[in-house]
Design a protein around this ligand. Structure first.
Ligand code: MTE
Ligand code: MO
Length: 160
């Protein structure tokens, strides 16, 4: 409604863009094809949805950790404790939202092999945007699809 049909058709055809923002040296705007620049990982997952039961998918894409490190998170990489106050806020185009801690995906801490998938079941996600993949999750709720914003936030604590 409102805008001419030609504009809305152009929007639908435009590639999805993911904004990386927050406490980063190099904030970035990435398309799904941009995600192919990092080493690609493949994973087969099963997760349970509260409403539609068990789902099986194959995903392909870079590690979330690799993509975020390239954006230069503003902690001292040599001081492990400095990373513990960082959060990662992941938002889908529909407003679905999930928080991870930096330590959850850090190879020195939780080592969760979380992907920012560029493809699902041999289909590129160029139009809809990447999907967060947490192979260790039993439930599907954090598999945020159509990710259009990731904010890295290091302002948490200490509260005095
Ligand atoms: N953007 C977005 N991603 C989302 C959701 C959502 O509502 N919006 N629902 C989540 C939930 S609850 C589940 S179970 C899975 C469903 O994945 P499926 O569509 O492949 O079954 O997507 C997750 N990712
Ligand atoms: Mo779900």
């Amino acid at each position: 409604m409102g805008r001419p049909l030609t504009e809305r058709v152009a929007d639908a055809a435009a590639p999805a863009v993911l904004a990386l923002t927050g406490d980063l040296e190099r904030p970035a705007r990435l398309t799904v094809p941009d995600l192919l620049a990092w080493p690609q990982h493949r994973v087969r997952v099963s997760f349970e949805c509260a409403t539609s039961g068990v789902q099986h998918h194959r995903f392909e894409g870079p590690l979330l950790h690799d993509v975020l490190c390239a954006a230069g998170p503003q902690f001292d990489p040599g001081r492990r404790k400095d990373r513990l106050r960082f959060l990662i806020a992941v938002t889908g185009a529909d407003g679905h939202h999930a928080l991870l801690s930096w330590a959850e995906i850090d190879p020195d801490f939780g080592r969760a092999p979380v992907l920012l998938a560029a493809g699902i079941d041999d289909t590129a996600l160029d139009g809809s945007g990447p999907q967060l993949v947490l192979p260790q999750d039993r439930c599907g709720a954090r598999y945020v699809s159509g990710v259009n914003a990731i904010r890295v936030d290091g302002r948490y604590g200490p509260w005095t």
